[in-house]
Design a protein around this ligand. Structure first.
Ligand SMILES: [Zn+2]
Ligand SMILES: [Zn+2]
Length: 439
């Protein structure tokens, strides 16, 4: 058996390496690309072929998880940032700059408590005070987030809540629209004729293994982003409606007979245009730019269990093999065991995500642009570039694509290693360019 280094050397020396490298460059060094075979052809409307490329190509895997594909995860994160920023600051297609004048809030909804957990606590003067367990925990203490008493911690309740979190979110948005309508003296039916409530949200795991949601909420006129909000739509009105809704929103699940609600810690902050205050500073006001970056950062993270499960769990043996904390293991085990019951199969399917089955980034239709749109724009831009080098005008030609699926991933570990090197190089070049621009 040859070593990986030797296999890499052989791959680089092979006759088709330059060609292969170009294909990998085209997908940004994606770790597990989709292999396609077929042809791409540029022709005039009467069928005269101007250019043709045939053979095998790669398409990016598009996975948002950093641990699966660093390259596609980077792109996803950049898209998430653009999407969130566009809804906050405008300046994109369909989203005018005037969205900055609308009532906008940054809200964090948390999970309820399922038993005391170790935490690093500070007094109002910033002094570290002892945890419930009596110890002082330093910032990196691995016990933080784990139950003080694992035997009395309500693991079932926590996992069932997590499995219901997305539905609870949806119910909350419905209820919030009703609360805003009532505050404005409108019926639910009248509301859409006067205003529209848009949101974008991301899910983030807390160290206790429970998800919480960071959401941007915006109150527009009836046609969404392009319409000014009515005069009654103020930041105060929206704030009060959110506070009321977070306290009262419920989801009663018939399968388990349980009722799910949010935790008592709901953080509501107004977003003002051109405020440069930072998030960490708890100044109460957040700049749009910092906020979009903060929220986008979470969209590519996994469960925070680091070495935990990146793929679905298929057997008890899979759980036994995981190298994770006792607390996260017990959450996964509970999800797996509960998932054997009728009506709870989703907990087994999503045990590797600690029972959460929703989207990490979601938004309402009128919030801003979409991932699909951003991808299409990028494809269109690349196509225009390619046609430009051929000396043809986009409007006067037809582009015919015919591709079939061949498989996923590289043919060897040496190829994957080389591809990740290509991604890494690009990332460093980009960083260098940014630094030079800043200087
Ligand atoms: Zn990829
Ligand atoms: Zn403790």
């Amino acid at each position: 058996m040859s070593t990986l280094d030797e296999r890499i050397r052989l791959r680089v020396q092979a006759g088709d390496f330059t060609q292969w490298r170009e294909k990998v460059e085209a997908v940004g060094g994606c770790s597990v690309p989709i292999r396609l075979g077929g042809a791409w052809q540029v022709q005039t409307p009467d069928g005269h072929v101007l250019a043709k490329r045939a053979g095998a190509v790669f398409a990016p895997c598009g996975n948002r998880r950093e641990s699966v594909c660093p390259s596609c995860s980077d792109r996803y994160s950049a898209d998430a940032f653009h999407l969130l920023r566009a809804g906050l600051a405008g300046g994109a297609k369909d989203v005018p700059l005037s969205v900055r004048q609308r009532p906008r809030l940054f809200v964090t909804f948390t999970a309820p408590s399922f038993g005391p957990v170790h935490s690093r606590r500070t007094s109002s003067r910033g002094r570290v005070v002892p945890c419930r367990c009596g110890d002082y925990h330093h910032r990196a203490d691995p016990r933080i987030g784990a139950p003080v008493d694992p035997d009395t911690y309500d693991y079932e309740g926590a996992v069932l809540w997590q499995g219901a979190a997305s539905t609870l979110w949806a119910r909350t948005m419905t209820r919030l629209r009703r609360a805003v309508a009532h505050a404005a003296g409108l019926t639910v039916r009248e509301f859409p004729k006067h205003a529209r409530l848009s949101f974008a949200k991301v899910g983030e795991y807390q160290t206790r293994g429970l998800i919480h949601f960071h959401a941007v909420l915006r109150l527009d006129g009836p046609d969404g982003a392009a319409a000014p909000s009515p005069s009654w739509a103020t930041t105060d009105l929206l704030t009060e409606a959110v506070a009321l809704t977070a306290r009262t929103a419920k989801y009663h699940d018939k399968t388990t007979g349980r009722t799910f609600q949010w935790g008592s810690q709901v953080d509501i902050r107004p977003i003002h245009a051109d405020q440069a205050a930072t998030l960490e500073g708890h100044a109460g006001q957040i700049s749009e730019e910092a906020l979009a970056a903060y929220v986008a950062k979470y969209s590519t993270k996994g469960t925070g269990t680091t070495t935990a499960a990146d793929r679905p769990i298929r057997s008890q043996a899979d759980i036994d093999r995981l190298k994770i904390s006792a607390h996260h293991r017990r959450i996964i085990q509970t999800a797996w065991d509960l998932g054997a019951q009728p009506g709870l199969a989703h907990l087994r399917r999503w045990a590797h995500m600690l029972g959460f089955r929703g989207h990490f980034l979601s938004k309402s239709r009128y919030y801003s642009t979409t991932f699909k749109r951003l991808r299409e724009d990028r494809r269109e831009w690349r196509l225009t570039e390619a046609l430009h080098t051929l000396g043809v005008d986009r409007a006067s030609v037809l582009v015919v694509n015919s591709w079939e699926f061949l498989g996923t991933g590289y043919r060897s570990d040496a190829e994957r290693e080389l591809a990740e090197g290509i991604y890494e190089n690009r990332r460093m070049q980009r960083q260098q360019k940014h630094r030079q621009e800043e200087v």
